[in-house]
Design a protein around this ligand. Structure first.
Ligand SMILES: NC(=O)c1ccc[n+]([C@@H]2O[C@H](COP(=O)([O-])OP(=O)(O)OC[C@H]3O[C@@H](n4cnc5c(N)ncnc54)[C@H](OP(=O)(O)O)[C@@H]3O)[C@@H](O)[C@H]2O)c1
Length: 212
């Protein structure tokens, strides 16, 4: 088996950073994106597979030869209230199935803080937190070596990520907080190499590091 890490949703704001960080650490990466997805110039020379995520066979084909997958797909905010059901539930489930069929053993899913909560403002967009939990549950049942990373509110800032300290805790322990996408990307890759994160739901936010 080649040592390739697949990144799905690599055109997204967390996904492209996962791919960039993986490349920076010398990993072989394969990007799984939709036919019309736009990738940043930093990923122009990558192995890119453009596919219909609704087709299991295309996902299986794209994942063949990969040993791990970081799933950074997610419904983009839109008027389509079925988006979360289709992407955060169904598309995640299909990727899980594809990993099983393609022999990808290690999977990290980018989910969200408060996943599974019903009474939450974020659910105004297509019950997204409920849909995310259904996606997570499919991964938990999969028999794969999985880690679910639930970040707080995602920030675009790239300013001094080293000055932020991660707050990591188990399932259903953090209700609020935020974190730069760059740090989520790094953490997902760290999980791939950390056996003690297998079969764990981990919630992450960040806060300014205290001066020594
Ligand atoms: N926004 C927040 O504050 C927040 C907080 C916690 C967790 N999260 C979750 O964290 C993850 C990453 O968020 P983000 O804001 O970095 O993502 P994003 O920039 O919105 O990117 C979403 C990615 O998912 C892909 N995608 C959307 N619909 C798809 C479909 N039907 N089939 C295949 N791929 C599809 C997009 O592809 P295209 O480029 O082709 O559109 C893109 O690559 C998401 O699951 C999100 O829900 C977000």
């Amino acid at each position: 088996m080649d040592n390739i890490t697949a990144v799905s949703g690599a055109s997204g704001r967390t996904g492209f950073r996962v791919a960039e960080e993986a490349l920076a650490h010398g990993r072989a990466v394969r990007l799984l994106v939709r036919p019309a997805s736009k990738l940043p110039p930093s990923l122009a020379h990558c192995d890119v597979r453009r596919l219909d995520f609704g087709q299991l066979s295309q996902l299986v084909e794209a994942l063949r030869g990969c040993h791990s997958l970081v799933m950074a797909t997610g419904a983009r905010p839109s008027a389509n209230l079925l988006g979360p059901f289709q992407v955060d539930n169904q598309t995640v489930q299909r990727q899980v199935q594809a990993c099983q069929q393609a022999g990808v053993g290690r999977v990290v899913l980018v989910s969200s803080l408060c996943s599974g909560q019903l009474w939450h403002n974020l659910n105004l967009f297509g019950l997204i937190l409920v849909c995310k939990r259904w996606g997570e549950e499919a991964l938990e049942r999969s028999g794969l070596d999985w880690t679910i990373v639930r970040p707080g509110g995602l920030k675009e800032t790239e300013a001094n990520p080293e000055q932020q300290e991660l707050v990591v805790s188990g399932a259903n322990t953090q209700q609020q907080g935020a974190i730069p996408r760059r740090l989520v990307a790094r953490y997902c890759l760290e999980c791939l190499d950390a056996p003690d994160t297998v079969h764990r739901v981990l919630e992450i936010t960040s806060k300014p590091r205290r001066a020594l």
